[in-house]
Design a protein around this ligand. Structure first.
Ligand code: IVH
Length: 674
């Protein structure tokens, strides 16, 4: 709602929005920020405060929406106004020549200008702007209709939310969303640290990220967008000038200066462009799987037209995956913190895309079997979007006589305990959590981590030295070492002891949720630990819960519940928890967040989207007023707080079980009932 008269607060909000959009553009698109991060954050906070105080002026395209917050339960299917075609593609120069011949044959007696672009390896996306404002973002889907993922796309820093300057009433921009290598590596590191399966490659990671329900999570992933097509905008006579227009509106576009765009008057220039990027693609900060060649002039494009599937005015030239052959020298089996055993191929070193490759992950036994891998085999290693290269095939003709098949070990290579492989899982585990050295070491290192007890100052080498001397077997041992124990370590002086004691003391203030995460229970990452800590309040309640009730906490499914149950069923783990508690670590949530007890003893399910809270926000509010948040509706639940878009099935279920369904307004009234 826009105020009818000039309102100074509204004016200020609009000014802040314009300024923040401009600074975002300078930072993410132009790569030359003019504000410090602090100054930017201060403006953003001011805008957030004003928007909170004046919800009538909320705007989905405000810079505050970049961080996300909206939750999409189910993505709506939307029909594309113009179908999203695919591209004809080729790996061969002959076919490319045939493409140029066809184009020039169909346009005799007139010069044809081509544009060369990179073929980004990501997910196609269509953006709709109405009156210069982003109103809809839709995936390609099957080309005819796709999923509407607008809330998630708003968090992508290089997608303008509001177009600069003037623009037609309706604009459609198509392009590719992808995850640059650095963001991909950071995401996978995070996932590994949190015990989650890493993504296979940046493309999968981008696609998975776009489909997340929590847009705030999408915003943290570091996705990028590159436009490649402007659909049906009048007055743009050529593809290359379309990029000029997109740039003026605020998009990051490929350009001739860094050779990511080429406007060519002859096919030979295009061939040079293709050769250059075939050689240099490994240097790019993101993955490409080829280049795209397009006829530049819009009028010529129109006359060339399309086949049923693809335009006749464009073609994708795909590069062969970066692959080489080398010899498999050995397979080693690494045992991780949770006991997972990962096979790693040791290769004769080979130069591939500028780096020497010596190792490749084989992931699990099934992969070894499907490759039919034998010792001494000549194997193909490929570097796709992945950071770690993979073995894609074996040259069977070059197999040495008498070569033995690679066999997954039956017992742990570190401690000799027979390995187990649970039904339905691909991974083998060593069950000897307590006695197996890498597991012990990994568990102690995990406990020390920044996101757990934050004792990183102790260092991996110190931990190894403590383990080697048998001084530490479990994290709790750290709290029971005597001064003379510490002095057994090499180069350990008085100052080192002081630092260690300070760090150990400080760790006693670390909140329960991080202590819980630090225990290193399989499948219990940071988020799950937080949810469980909030739900159960203390470790005794959690340890006593059965598999069914464990799943009442948000984000806890059967696999996590089983794993938590198994952890607390083990007497040794219970002793470990007791020793940590006795050492002074926090084993219950901090009561200081409690605002009041009006919701004491009441359990709630929240569903849908709320106007005054984010999804996490309403849950935190329930807990800080003494209530409990439960994941699904059952007869034991007291209230369902129904936001916008709550599914009718859930509502019907609640009503049939006699659970009271309340609105956000009624919920707010409950909080007032002191
Ligand atoms: S043009 C009608 N240009 O490749 C022509 N596509 O294999 C529309 N892609 O679905 C596509 N980089 O997702 C074009 N520079 C580029 C591209 C590109 C990546 C993707 C796009 C498309 C797929 C076709």
């Amino acid at each position: 709602m826009i105020p009818s008269e000039i309102d100074p607060v509204y004016e200020r909000i609009q000014l802040l929005r314009t300024e923040l959009h401009r600074h975002n553009h300078r930072y993410y698109v132009e790569d030359r920020p003019v504000l410090t991060d602090q100054a930017f954050d201060a403006l953003l906070r001011e805008l957030e405060d004003l928007e909170r105080a004046h919800p009538q002026w909320a705007d989905d395209n405000s810079p505050t929406q970049r961080v996300g917050g909206a939750v999409t339960k189910k993505f709506n299917s939307v029909r594309h106004r113009v179908p999203m075609q695919s591209l004809a593609n080729t790996y061969s120069r002959e076919e490319l020549d045939a493409f140029f011949d066809r184009v020039e044959g169909a346009l005799p007696e007139e010069p044809v200008c081509y544009v060369g672009e990179l073929k980004y390896d990501g997910i196609a996306l269509s953006l709709h702007y109405a009156g210069g404002r982003l109103v809809r973002a839709v995936t390609r889907g099957d080309g005819v209709s796709g999923d509407e993922i607008t809330a998630n796309v708003r968090t992508i820093a290089t997608v303008p939310l509001v177009l600069n300057g003037t623009s037609p009433e309706s604009v459609e921009v198509r392009g590719e969303v992808f995850l640059p290598f650095a963001a991909f590596a950071a995401l996978n590191n995070d996932r590994l640290e949190q015990d989650l399966e890493p993504f296979m490659n940046p493309r999968n990671a981008a696609s998975g990220s776009l489909k997340l329900q929590y847009s705030a999570e999408v915003g943290k992933r570091g996705l990028a967008f590159m436009p490649y097509l402007l659909v049906g905008v009048e007055g743009v006579a050529a593809h290359a000038s379309g990029f000029e227009q997109l740039k003026a509106w605020g998009f990051k576009v490929p350009n001739e200066e860094d050779h990511t765009l080429l406007v060519a008057h002859h096919r030979n220039e295009i061939y040079r462009f293709l050769d250059r990027w075939d050689a240099d693609r490994a240097e790019l900060p993101f993955g490409i799987d080829g280049a795209v060649i397009k006829v530049d002039a819009t009028d010529q494009q129109r006359r060339l037209g399309s086949t049923a599937k693809a335009p006749r005015w464009a073609i994708a030239y795909k590069y062969k995956a970066l692959a080489k052959t080398t010899r498999l020298e050995a397979v080693v089996y690494q045992v991780g913190r949770t006991g997972a055993v990962t096979p790693v191929a040791q290769l004769e070193p080979v130069l591939l895309a500028g780096t020497v490759v010596k190792r490749a992950s084989l992931h699990n036994e099934d992969i070894i079997r499907s490759l039919d891998l034998h010792m001494g085999d000549t194997v193909w290693v490929e570097k796709g979007g992945e950071i770690i290269p993979k073995i894609t095939a074996v040259e069977f003709g070059m197999r040495p006589n008498g070569a033995l098949p690679v066999r997954f070990p039956e017992s742990c290579p570190e401690c000799g305990t027979p390995l187990v492989r649970q039904e339905g899982e691909a991974q083998h585990y060593c069950p000897n959590a307590i006695g197996c050295m890498p597991q012990r070491h990994g568990r102690v290192v995990h406990f020390l981590g920044r996101r757990a007890l934050n004792l990183e100052g102790l260092g991996t080498e110190t931990v190894q030295a403590l383990l080697d001397r048998g001084l530490v077997q479990q994290p709790s041992d750290l709290y029971y070492l005597s001064e003379s124990d510490w002095y057994l370590l090499p180069n350990f002086k008085e100052k080192s002891l002081q630092n260690v004691q300070l760090a150990l003391e400080a760790s006693k203030q670390v909140p329960f949720e991080r202590v819980l995460f630090g225990l290193g229970i399989r499948h219990v990452g940071e988020t799950v630990a937080k949810k469980m800590a909030r739900h159960w309040g203390n470790i005794n309640a959690l340890a006593a819960a059965d598999v069914e009730s464990l799943q009442e906490a948000d984000e806890v499914g059967p696999a996590i519940a089983e794993s938590v149950r198994a952890f607390f069923s083990d007497q040794l783990n219970r002793v470990e928890v007791d020793r940590l508690r006795a050492a002074g670590l926090r084993m219950e949530i901090d009561g200081s967040h409690t605002v009041s007890n009006v919701l004491q003893g009441k359990s709630f399910v929240v569903s849908g989207v709320f106007t005054g809270y984010t999804r996490d926000g309403i849950k935190e509010t329930i807990e800080s007023y003494g209530g409990r948040v439960v994941g699904s509706v059952s007869a034991k639940v007291d209230f369902v707080v129904a936001g916008e878009g709550m599914g009718p099935a859930k509502k019907a279920k609640a009503e049939s079980l006699g659970v009271q369904v309340i609105t956000e307004v009624q919920f707010n009234q409950m909080l007032q009932n002191q």
